[in-house]
Design a protein around this ligand. Structure first.
Ligand code: FES
Ligand code: FES
Length: 152
């Protein structure tokens, strides 16, 4: 089937098998590999995107369901060559090790700060609770989100 959707502000179309995932559509058909595929079971958050403005795991959404919908991926966060404040804060805080979890965490953190500009530590932990990182121990990730909130 053919789907029409808006990805990072641009209207696009793709021929998909209705049962394939939005993650597959983004990565393999639309050339947007920023959203990562770690578990494909909704457990790790590495594939986090915004679907009509709501955080979602792209691996759990069927490509056939996104016809007529709006998707934002990590590739859409930077503006005019400038990193999003959350991306810059992750770099500055050294919150990236292998980087596999980073796109999903950045999307989730940017979504949090768009809704809650000055979150408490508990609110940050809650917002990022669906995003697993096996490298950092989360300390620098928390630091990065706090810093992004302060400088936004
Ligand atoms: S790849 Fe989607 S939640 Fe892990
Ligand atoms: S930096 Fe490696 S999984 Fe998070």
């Amino acid at each position: 089937m053919r789907v029409s959707l808006v990805v990072n502000g641009e209207e696009t179309q793709a021929d998909v098998w209705p049962g394939e995932s939005l993650l597959y559509l983004l990565r393999e058909r639309l050339g947007l590999p920023g959203s990562k595929n770690a578990c494909e079971q909704g457990e790790c958050g590495s594939c986090s995107v915004l679907l009509d403005g709501t955080l979602a795991c792209a691996c759990l959404v069927l490509a056939g369901q996104v016809d007529g919908h709006r998707i934002e991926t990590v590739e859409g966060l930077a503006r005019d060559g400038e990193l999003h404040p959350v991306q810059q804060a992750f770099v500055d805080a050294g919150a990236v090790q292998c980087g596999f979890c980073t796109p999903g965490l950045v999307v989730a953190a940017a979504d949090l700060l768009a809704r809650t500009p000055s979150p408490s530590d508990d609110e940050i932990r809650e917002a990022l609770s669906g995003n697993l990182c096996r490298c950092t121990g989360y300390g620098r990730i928390l630091e990065a989100v706090r810093s992004a909130a302060e400088h936004a």
